[in-house]
Ligand binder design. Sequence first.
Ligand code: PGA
Length: 252
Amino acid sequence: MRRPIVAGNWKMHGTRADNARLIEALLAGHPDRALAECLVFPPFVYLQDVGRLVRDTPIELGAQNVCAEARGAFTGEVSASMLQDVGCRYVLVGHSERRWIYHEDDQLVARKFAAAQAKSLVPILCVGEHLWDRENGRTEEVVARQLDVVLELCGVGALESGVIAYEPMWAIGTGRTATPEQAQAVHAFIRERIAKRDAKMGESTRVLYGGSVKASNAAELFAQPDVDGGLIGGASLNAEEFLAILAACGLR
Ligand code: PGA
């Protein structure tokens, strides 16, 4: 039985006051540990602050990015051990905004995945195709490549403490969500791809969907057999929406 995850990627939004209000409202809404794991990913500078607010609550803390190197002269970077030190349990790697805007390639993303695990953080590996890939029938090819590079470097066993998020780039922040059938097809493909290396891991790995998930479409996406929750951007900044998305896990 795969326990769903609902993760809020706050991206570069919020202030200390906004964050406190958001966490307060989320906690007041009683996020239910039994329904799903509830994670928030604030910007780096707010991790400690938000970490204090969620300590001993059902909300877990994660970071949006991590350096592939362990330490040293890497101005502006943040290491996995630093994230661990301030209370993170999770970290996003390979978010499409990192890949696309900051030119992170598959190799770098795989090294970030490994660096996170070396410090006992759980990496959430984001994969997903551009619209032009989908229109040219290359979705599976792109997703397979992004996944395989990590499996080659880290071994399929690394998924024991790793999560995958399928996020079609054309659906991120666009209001255009993959249909439940489109999401399910790619999730099943990812699971099969992992299962080819290790059947048990294929079955147990959690695969989240991300891309314009909101309260109104979460239930039908989460109802798909291979969708194990969501990575939520815009809608995670609104407590009511985010709690409703979390509650949709109970309808699966
Ligand atoms: P969105 O973002 O929900 O705003 O589309 C999802 C993501 O980028 O993780």
